[in-house]
Design a protein around this ligand. Structure first.
Ligand code: BGC
Length: 277
């Protein structure tokens, strides 16, 4: 018995996870061991334009080849994902909506695949697992993820919520806005946004990641810290770890694994028909 347990522990240790982060401008991949420690150099290729499912899956295939052998796959996607199916993809080609990412990648890579929103994945790579922790990612889009004692509130889309003058956080703080208004003004805006988010969510800690986090000025407000962009890949190990040690994160397991959803619930809130009189 003890031998069996030891050999299972050894198998798990040897499990290699290919972690993929699909971004608006770059798609990245790395192989992680069971603890989430990188085993390879991170690979990166530009996200093709138009960023269709076919084109991006092609890039992922190339990146996977360059990384060497792996046993399973975790993907962070820049939009809402439920049961492995894409619901929104604001910064990619619209043909993503309704695409079953988990099924597509399982076919391509011939390994078990799990997928979630990119900010949710980044969050798993950044949080301590205590109190209310908010994660925002600054890149092409504005990503957000909320955790309560390490439990994810999935698919929080703060980026598309109005922030000021009828404009959303993403419109005012995404990459396009940064290029338009410059670093100084963008930082001022960002600090205002942090204040507003704190008023709404009363977080204990806020972590800022994503490619443009390096443009954030110091000193940072209290409770706020920058996290490495690598968290977007490292967090991918969480989907596989919870299964073993955290039954509370059943939601994450179920949603990231992929399964078929009733058609009526795909693509948003189901409209109820008015009852006939
Ligand atoms: C999407 C989010 C995503 C963020 C960062 C936003 O446009 O709606 O789901 O996390 O961009 O990629």
């Amino acid at each position: 018995m003890a031998n069996k347990v030891n050999s299972r522990a050894k198998d798990l240790k040897a499990m290699k996870t290919l972690a993929i982060d699909i971004g608006g401008t770059g798609t990245k991949a790395i192989i992680l061991d069971e603890e989430g420690t990188p085993l390879t150099e991170r690979g990166r290729l530009p996200t093709p334009q138009p960023a269709t499912p076919k084109a991006i899956l092609g890039v992922i295939g190339q990146l996977a080849k360059g990384q060497g052998p792996f046993d399973r796959v975790s993907v962070g996607f820049p939009g809402v994902i439920r049961h492995g199916v894409v619901f929104t993809a604001p910064n990619l080609d619209p043909s993503w909506v309704g695409f079953n990412l988990v099924a597509g990648l399982t076919r391509l890579l011939k390994k078990p695949v799990r997928a979630a929103n990119d900010a949710d994945v980044q969050g798993f790579g950044a949080i301590k697992g205590q109190d209310i922790e908010l994660v925002i990612t600054l890149g092409t889009g504005f990503g957000s993820a909320l955790f309560v004692d390490g439990k994810l509130v999935p698919n929080l889309e703060m980026g598309h919520h109005p922030f000021r003058n009828g404009k959303t956080y993403e419109e005012l703080l995404g990459d396009k806005a940064l290029k338009k208004i410059g670093n100084k003004k963008w930082n001022k805006r960002l600090f205002k946004a942090i204040e507003t988010l704190d008023r709404v969510l009363n977080f204990d800690n806020l972590y800022i990641g994503g490619g443009n986090s390096k443009k954030v000025h110091n000193p940072l407000p209290e409770k706020v810290a920058l996290v490495s962009n690598a968290a977007g890949l490292l967090g991918g190990i969480a989907f596989w770890k919870f299964e073993a040690d955290d039954p509370m994160n059943r939601w994450v397991q179920a949603q990231t694994k992929g399964s078929s959803l009733p058609k009526s619930t795909q693509g948003g809130v189901e409209r109820r028909k008015k009852p006939k009189r």
